[in-house]
Ligand binder design. Structure first.
Ligand code: AMP
Ligand code: MG
Length: 416
C-alpha cells in the first residue's frame, strides 16, 4: 500500500483538441511493404502506379457488327472473316469487303469504321447489306483511350477500394507497395475482471473491454496480434505490457489509469517510456493516457466499458488511420437538432451516444438513454456521438449541436 494517497492528479488537463494534436504529431505512416494486390483492399498505396502499356493496347470494336472501310452507301459487302474478342484476324478489309467483329475484337487491317449489326439489313449468302453507311472512326476505340502507356493511373496516398484494385489488375501491377495495417495489442487490466465464460462471483465483472477493443481496432483497420488480461500487480503488469510492446505498433490497455491505489499503468508507462498526457477534459474518459515506448504508441484507456470505447473512437481510431497512411482521419461532422433537452456537463466536453436520422430534410439527434459510462447499452445501435460543450446549462429540444457520425443513418422520405 502506498504511504501517501494522492487526491490531485499531477497531470495537466488537456482539451480534446490539444490531446488530438499531441497524438497525431507522434504517429506517422508505417514503412511500406510489398503485398499481392489481391490482399490490399482498404490499404493505402505507398507508390505511384503507371500504366505499363496503352489501355486498350490496340484499336478495338466498340460494338458487335462489321469492320469496314468507311464510304458513302448503301453498301453491299462481301464478308471475308470474323473477329471475336481475343481472336484477331489476319484478313485485310477492302472497300467492298467486311469482317464480322464482336465488341472488344481487334480491328483488322484496312478497316477504319465499324457498322453495328442494327445498321445492316442482315447477312445472306456471304454478303451484308449496310443500310446506314458508317463515317470514319465510327464505333472504334482507339488504342490508349482509357489510359496511355506510362500514365500515372494511381497515386501514392490513394486508399485502395474496388476501382483501384481493378486498376492494379488492369495494368498488371500485381505486387504493390502499401502501408501495412498497424499491429495492435489489447490488454485488459483489473483484479475484478474475469473471462466472459461462466458467472462472475460478487464483486467481479466479465471482461467486455478486451473483446470490444479487439473488434474496434480491427474495424479501424488495425491487425490485432496480441491480447490478454492482467491483474493489478506491478510486476505482472510489467511483464504483460512488455510482452505486448514487443510485438505491436500500438498498445491499447483498459483500466488502471485513474486515481485509485490499484491504478498502476501511469507509473509503469512513465518508467518504460514517456507519457505525453494523462488527463483530458473529456467525458466519458478523463484519465485517458497517451505514451510512447520506443516506437510503440500506447493508449491507456479508462476501464468503464463506454469510456474505453468512446476514447478509442475519438482518440485511438484517428491514430490507427494515420499509421495506415490515410489522410482523412476523422469521422464526418454534421450539425444536428436535438430531439429532446440535454444537460451539459459542467467542466468537460461530453460525447453523448446518440441515434441521428434524416427526417424531412433535417438531421435529428436522439441520445440513447442514460449516459452512464458503465452502461454499454447506450452504445448499442448508436450511430453518432453528440458533442455537448461544457458549461452546465440545459440545451433545449431543437438546439443545434455537432455530431460525429460513426455509422450510416436512417432516411425518412422528403415531405410531399
Ligand atoms: P478502472 O478504470 O480500472 O478503475 O475501472 C473502472 C471500472 O470499469 C471497473 O470498476 C469495472 O467495473 C470496469 N471495467 C474495468 N475493466 C473492465 C473490462 N475489461 N471489462 C469490463 N468492465 C471493466
Ligand atoms: Mg482497475
Amino acid at each position: 500500500m502506498p504511504g501517501t494517497i494522492r487526491t490531485t492528479s499531477p497531470y495537466p488537463m488537456l482539451s480534446v483538441a490539444e490531446a488530438t494534436r499531441e497524438i497525431l504529431s507522434r504517429v506517422e505512416p508505417l514503412p511500406p511493404v510489398r503485398l499481392d494486390f489481391r490482399t490490399v483492399a482498404g490499404l493505402v498505396l505507398a507508390e505511384d502506379v503507371l500504366a505499363d502499356d496503352d489501355l486498350p493496347p490496340t484499336r478495338r470494336a466498340g460494338v458487335d457488327g462489321y469492320a469496314v472501310v468507311a464510304r458513302p452507301g448503301p453498301l453491299r459487302l462481301r464478308v471475308v472473316g470474323e473477329v471475336t474478342a481475343g481472336n484477331a484476324s489476319s484478313v485485310t478489309v477492302e472497300p467492298d469487303t467486311a469482317v464480322r467483329i464482336m465488341t472488344g475484337g481487334v480491328l483488322p487491317h484496312g478497316a477504319d469504321a465499324v457498322v453495328m449489326f442494327e445498321d445492316t439489313g442482315g447477312e445472306q449468302d456471304g454478303y451484308v447489306e449496310v443500310v446506314r453507311p458508317p463515317r470514319l472512326g465510327d464505333h472504334i476505340q482507339a488504342a490508349g483511350v482509357d489510359a496511355r502507356s506510362g500514365q500515372v493511373v494511381l497515386r501514392a496516398g490513394q486508399q485502395l477500394h474496388s476501382p483501384e484494385i481493378g486498376m492494379l489488375a488492369a495494368v498488371g501491377h500485381t505486387a504493390v507497395s502499401v502501408h501495412p495495417r498497424p499491429r495492435v495489442a489489447v490488454l485488459a487490466t483489473g483484479d475484478e475482471v474475469v473471462a466472459p465464460d461462466g458467472t462472475p462471483p460478487p464483486g467481479f465483472v466479465r471482461d467486455s473491454n478486451q473483446y470490444a477493443l479487439i473488434a474496434a481496432a480491427e474495424e479501424a483497420g488495425g491487425q490485432v496480434v496480441w491480447s490478454g488480461h492482467c491483474v493489478d500487480d506491478p510486476a505482472r503488469l510489467r511483464v504483460a505490457v512488455e510482452a505486448a510492446l514487443g510485438v505491436a505498433d500500438v498498445l491499447i490497455t483498459s483500466g488502471g489509469v485513474s486515481m485509485g491505489t490499484r491504478d498502476l499503468l501511469k507509473p509503469l508507462l512513465a518508467d518504460l517510456g514517456e507519457i505525453h498526457f494523462g488527463r483530458v477534459a473529456f467525458k466519458p474518459g478523463k484519465p485517458l493516457t497517451f505514451a510512447t515506448v520506443q516506437r510503440t504508441a500506447v493508449f491507456a484507456l479508462p476501464g468503464f466499458p463506454v469510456s474505453s470505447l468512446v476514447t478509442f473512437e475519438v482518440f485511438v481510431r484517428p491514430a490507427l488511420r494515420r499509421l495506415q497512411g490515410l489522410t482523412r482521419l476523422h469521422r464526418p461532422r454534421v450539425t444536428v437538432e436535438l430531439e429532446h433537452p440535454i444537460e451539459a456537463s459542467r467542466y468537460r466536453l461530453e460525447y453523448q451516444r446518440a441515434v441521428v436520422r434524416w427526417q424531412y430534410g433535417r438531421l435529428i439527434g436522439t441520445a440513447t438513454g442514460r449516459q452512464a459510462s458503465s452502461r454499454l447499452l447506450n452504445m448499442i445501435g448508436a450511430n453518432a456521438l453528440l458533442e455537448i460543450p461544457s458549461g452546465g446549462e440545459i440545451l433545449p429540444a431543437g438546439a443545434r449541436v455537432t455530431a460525429l457520425l460513426t455509422g450510416e443513418i436512417e432516411d425518412a422520405p422528403a415531405q410531399g
